[in-house]
Design a protein around this ligand. Structure first.
Ligand code: 6MZ
Length: 363
């Protein structure tokens, strides 16, 4: 197995509906095609298209949401996405998703999230730890003790924590509803809030009250920041001091300076940035500057399904494009532990996982 696959990795920026297998999307589309809800041949073409502008990506999400937004499907894709990440040795996954409301099928934001949690419970291929230990009761389904299978062999183990996304199309009230839901679901592994969605839609001030409330309540926060050129937003977002930001592409000189001083960790999504042409070529990607400045950063997939990538592939790509060896890439992955939205116990367990992998991989 190639080292970029076998080494343990930490995924901190993965959107649930962007991480679905193509085969699952096609199957769902075929079923809706047979019911006459969509025209399968039109949709097949859109799903299989490989290069998309950022605007086209958001059109695709509207289509994906038509295919996936019922409780059973949400449960299914959650299970599959977790198992896919675990199969490439992701040992800690923060999965983010936008709670959705659809009255016509009796879906509330709460029931959507229950379906997601049901998907976590349905994971069988690996051992999953998704309930923070302080909330873990004896009859809780997830447990570290499960790690030792009856036959003495060890199953792979993955930690999963959830972030609830506020979509930039939402109102202040809707955003606050999402934060309240996150607070209610803390005992089911919800640890924070993400601000995402089409970056040319909506305004920072609309979301600020909800984000402030989340911050006051002790939820972790990550913001999509500088994904497009927007002179009004980057500065207030950095001033807000989120625990992490995603992308950080369109920054002015003063904003780079502020970012580096604040040491806010950046979630870097190479393939996503290249495929959406937010960055014209990988050799001018800001990864290089941030890496050389020893700024905290973590490689992530963004939307592994939509961009046909995987976290292993992102490590391979960075290694090749920036001339970094196996040891440097392993160390880069390991530093991700510092930026996760989980407690010291989880961090310590991950340190041990990386230590033992270092021995196995001769690092
Ligand atoms: C901003 C993105 C995104 O939440 O339905 N999303 N937001 N920038 C990106 N870069 C390409 N990729 C995904 O997953 C899909 C949703 O995540 C956000 C969008 O709001 C998209 O609708 P969920 O599980």
């Amino acid at each position: 197995m190639e080292w970029w696959v076998s080494m343990p990795k930490i995924e901190l920026h993965a959107h649930l509906n962007g991480s679905i297998r193509d085969s699952t999307l096609l199957e769902l589309a075929r079923v809706l095609g047979e019911k006459g809800v969509i025209v399968f041949s039109d949709v097949e073409h859109v799903i299989m298209k490989n290069d998309r502008s950022l605007g086209e990506v958001f059109k695709l999400f509207d289509l994906i949401h038509i295919l996936t937004t019922d409780h059973k499907t949400v449960t299914r894709i959650t299970k599959e996405v977790v198992e896919d990440f675990a199969s490439e040795n992701v040992v800690y996954l923060e999965l983010r998703t936008t709670p959705k409301k659809n009255d016509s099928i009796g879906m509330s934001k709460h029931s959507y999230m229950e379906a997601v949690v049901e998907g976590l419970r349905a994971v069988t291929a690996v051992d999953i730890d998704f309930v923070p230990h302080k909330f873990n009761t004896q009859d809780s389904l997830n447990s570290i003790a499960m790690n030792d299978a009856c036959d003495g062999t060890k199953k792979k183990k993955i930690y999963v924590r959830l972030l609830l996304s506020i979509d930039r199309r939402e109102t202040t009230e809707a955003a606050i509803e999402t934060v309240k839901l996150a607070l209610e679901m803390r005992d089911l592994g919800v640890v924070g809030i993400d601000l995402s969605g089409n970056p040319v839609v909506g305004e920072w001030n609309t979301f600020l009250p909800a984000l402030k409330f989340a911050q006051e309540q002790g939820l972790y926060i990550t913001l999509h920041c500088g994904e497009v050129l927007n002179c009004q937003e980057v500065q207030p977002m950095l001033d807000f001091l989120p625990q992490r930001i995603g992308h950080a592409i369109f920054f002015e000189e003063e904003e780079w300076r502020q970012l580096k001083t604040s040491k806010i960790p950046v979630e870097i999504c190479l393939t996503s940035n290249i495929k959406t042409e937010s960055i014209s070529s990988i050799d001018i990607h800001h990864f290089v500057d941030l890496y050389n400045a020893k700024h905290p950063l973590v490689l992530c997939t963004d939307d592994a399904g939509v961009f046909s990538t995987s976290l292993s592939n992102e490590y391979k790509l960075a290694s090749t494009a920036f001339g970094l060896g196996k040891k440097e890439m392993f160390e880069l992955a390991r530093t991700g532990i510092e930026f996760i939205f989980a407690g010291d116990e989880v961090k310590q367990d991950l340190v041990e996982t990386f230590d033992s992998a270092a021995k196995k991989l001769n690092l």
